[in-house]
Design a binder for this molecule. Structure first.
Ligand SMILES: Nc1ncnc2c1ncn2[C@@H]1O[C@H](COP(=O)(O)OP(=O)(O)OP(=O)(O)O)[C@@H](O)[C@H]1O
Ligand SMILES: [Mg+2]
Length: 295
């Protein structure tokens, strides 16, 4: 990580500003390329918290690029191995150094491609209520955090700002993006997850679930976009603390979610400020995951 600045919002005037997501600021380089900057913003329960997690954007960038390189034999991805330096002033480059990616500009498919190998989070909730997730019927009597008999694809909608993503059945994905893309993103998401999960387990990390996004180019070619297999988009559990029947400690934002829940915040009104030690501990956890996975 070569950038020690905290970046909550970027200020870049050399490029056209396109979009501020919950975590990423996006600028146009030209018709084919974007500059995606991972800021230190953290969203939990689909709301952006008022305080940054120091260095998180750099940690996410490094981990995503690691996976983009490692998994590129399974599907092409949007990452272009170009330095953003030539498009920015020195000051702007310093601001985003280590947290910016030059990527192919693609058309995002309006689906969050979630894959699960273990029962946790909204998947666990849905299973407890219905015995299934996204219409996939699972064996009875599974426990919280239990490994599933096989990887399952449990897509959700990409909600607009302020809305919550909703789990949807595979048929709804087919309706949104067509049978061909739906089948292909299901297949490749499971493959990406399984290869990454096997690798991570050798390094003591269980990837319980993760979310991918895909986009298409003007020829209809499919690409992996956004971020890949980070602590923001996945549940990472330390294998040595894993036990069935309880929510394991984690290297991801579950830590912040748990703290938020403990404050009694109603998840509607503006979220509370994060105490410094919670923000720093979250940053440390993200860093530990990056180190374990990449060194
Ligand atoms: N290569 C790409 N081409 C076009 N759009 C991309 C690309 N990679 C990522 N995106 C889009 O950029 C945005 C990333 O920003 P961020 O993750 O902060 O947004 P978000 O709050 O999750 O918003 P959204 O709900 O729109 O995804 C996402 O909308 C994502 O789909
Ligand atoms: Mg996003």
């Amino acid at each position: 990580m070569n950038n020690r600045n905290i970046v909550f919002e970027t200020q870049i005037n050399s490029l056209e500003f396109l979009y501020r997501g919950k975590v990423r600021d996006i600028y146009k380089i030209d018709d084919e390329r974007l500059l995606v900057v991972q800021t230190d913003r953290l969203s939990a329960f689909d709301v952006v918290l008022p305080d940054p997690i120091p260095g998180k954007g750099c940690l996410l960038t490094e981990l995503s690029v690691f996976w983009f390189q490692k998994l590129s034999h399974l599907i092409p991805n949007h990452w272009l191995d170009h330095s953003p330096k030539e498009f920015l002033t020195d000051g702007e480059f310093e601001q985003v150094d280590g947290r910016a990616m030059v990527v192919r500009r693609l058309k995002p498919l309006p689906v969050e491609a979630i894959v699960r190998g273990y029962l946790a989070g909204s998947g666990w909730k849905e299973y407890r209520n219905t015995g299934s997730i996204c219409g996939i019927v699972l064996p009875p009597n599974l426990q919280q955090a239990q490994q599933l008999p096989q990887t399952i694809f449990t897509p959700s909608t990409k909600a607009d700002l302020g809305d919550h993503d909703e789990n949807i059945a595979f048929e709804s994905v087919v309706k949104k993006i067509g049978q061909n893309y739906a089948s292909r993103i299901r297949e490749v998401s499971c493959k990406l997850y399984e290869e990454a999960a096997t690798y991570a387990l050798e390094r003591g990390i269980i990837i319980a679930d993760t979310k991918f996004e895909f986009g298409t180019d003007s020829d209809g070619e499919l690409y992996l976009i956004d971020e890949a297999l980070t602590s923001d988009s996945s549940r990472f559990w330390p294998q040595d603390k894993y036990a069935i029947g309880a929510s394991p400690p984690s290297f991801d934002k579950q830590f912040v979610r748990d703290w938020l829940e403990s404050t009694g915040w109603d998840k509607q009104s503006p979220p509370p400020c994060l105490p410094d030690d919670i923000a720093q501990k979250t940053s440390d956890k993200y860093k530990e995951a990056l180190m374990l996975l990449t060194q």
